[in-house]
Design a protein around this ligand. Structure first.
Ligand SMILES: [Mn+2]
Length: 429
């Protein structure tokens, strides 16, 4: 990997947090993600399972982590199982973790090859009453592929039918939703790399440049800064394409007078940045573009200020909706009659701002973490209001990533230009 790993102390702390939430005499098992196939003998880039990574920092396929805090044999309270490497693998695939390296990276004393798993797990399982297994319980996940975790659930339940089984996902969501300082530091790196990409394209964009050329500038800057690449499919949308929320074609030329919306973030060390900026292709906002831009920016700033400890995320979204409503009235896009006649389930402002304002961010771009309990310090959220007016070819979204603190927030994108004057100045210098 290209990134500098986080210290093992983080993973030791993360495992202790999980152990404290597990029932007495229980064991939890976490599996790595598969390397997904493309066609023939091709494979996709490996992406570690985020729960396993969060608990041990091991970024390698076929890894298994076993945690049994009350196991009578202290050597089996934490065991890491690795794919055993050999000369053939070393020549064809390159270096894999040695046991010593895995121990140094994770802080786990007992590191075994995978071939030892069945035997050790059989002892640990039979000494445990409950088995915690991992599934993807992200509320919006559409799951059609069977993961290693799911395959393990099947084989485990077949082999140990009389144990009590528990879901570990709700515990993991609670833990991962509140970030440790090391994680925030890693996300800061991802945001700083994203900033470099954005500053690079500010002097690159001009009428006639294509969306894919802009995408290429970003990826160049990301990879040369040790990022694996985009945190998600980048949206580089000029003109009315900005009103297509998940536009990823990125194949048009940017025209004079149009706006360009870029929803782009770098990943770093498996953590993600999620930025959106909207700039004028020719370096100057028109009066109307500027009016809409400033309205979005005001909503963005106010939303960041009300996203604080104790707030319920659902209430927050309603509050932001009211702020947006008054901005849309100011822009002449909706009026009191629209509001009086609105469907309470789809308020009038939704015609121009149809998505949510914030989501958790971390190892996943739409990170796990509860959306139904009050916000606590250490949570990291995006703040991303937008106004989309297809009839005028205007789509503007402004998105930063903020860390909730005791008395407010810290903006991880503090240094990324967002004020209209600064954008214009940088584009024309
Ligand atoms: Mn986002």
């Amino acid at each position: 990997m290209k990134y500098i790993p986080l210290p093992k102390e983080l993973y030791i702390r993360n495992r202790a947090k999980l152990a404290s939430k597990m029932a007495k005499n229980s064991v939890a098992v976490f599996n790595a993600n598969d390397i997904m196939p493309t066609n023939a003998d091709g494979t996709m880039k490996f992406r570690q399972n985020n729960d396993l990574f969060y608990l041990c920092g091991i970024d390698q396929e076929e890894t298994i982590l076993l945690i049994a805090p009350d196991c009578p044999n202290p050597a089996w309270r934490e065991v890491l199982f690795l794919r055993e490497t050999n000369e053939h693998i070393a020549v064809w695939e390159g270096h894999k973790y040695t046991k010593e390296e895995a121990k140094a990276a994770s802080g786990i004393e007992n590191v075994q090859w995978l071939s030892a798993f069945d035997n050790i797990f059989s002892w640990v399982a039979n000494l445990s009453e409950r088995i915690y297994l991992n599934t993807n319980e992200h509320l919006r996940a559409g799951i059609v592929v069977e993961t290693r975790d799911v395959r393990f659930i099947k084989s485990c339940k077949e082999r140990y039918p009389l144990h009590t089984y528990e879901r570990v996902a709700p515990i993991m969501h609670g833990l991962r939703g509140v970030k440790e300082q090391e994680e925030i530091d890693q996300m800061q790196v991802a945001c700083d790399i994203t900033e470099k990409g954005f500053r690079r394209i500010l002097s690159f964009v001009k009428p006639g440049v294509t969306e894919y050329e802009i995408e290429a500038e970003f990826i160049h800057e990301f990879i040369r800064n040790r990022s694996k690449g985009f945190a998600y499919e980048p949206i580089i949308a000029s003109g009315s394409s900005a009103c297509v929320l998940h536009y990823i074609e990125n194949n048009k030329a940017c025209l004079d007078g149009e706006l360009l919306l870029m929803d782009v973030g770098a990943e770093y060390g498996n953590y993600n940045a999620d930025m959106t900026r909207t700039i004028p292709v020719n370096g100057r906002f028109t009066k109307r573009q500027r009016a809409v831009y400033d309205a979005v920016l005001r909503v963005h700033k106010e939303a960041s200020n009300i996203l604080r400890p104790g707030t319920n995320i659902q209430d927050y979204h309603k509050e932001v909706g009211l702020i947006m409503q008054s901005e849309l009235i100011g822009l002449g896009l909706i009026d009191q009659t629209d509001i009086k006649n609105q469907d309470p389930n789809w308020p009038a402002y939704k015609k121009y701002f149809m998505h949510g304002t914030s989501h958790h961010l971390g190892l996943d771009v739409h990170d796990v973490g509860t959306m139904h309990y009050p916000i606590t310090p250490g949570m990291v959220f995006t703040v991303e209001p937008g106004i989309y007016i297809p009839a005028e070819g205007i789509g503007i979204r402004l998105e930063n990533n903020i860390v909730i603190q005791e008395n407010g927030f810290f903006d991880l994108m503090l240094n990324i230009p967002i004020e209209a004057e600064e954008i214009e100045e940088l584009m024309n210098s």
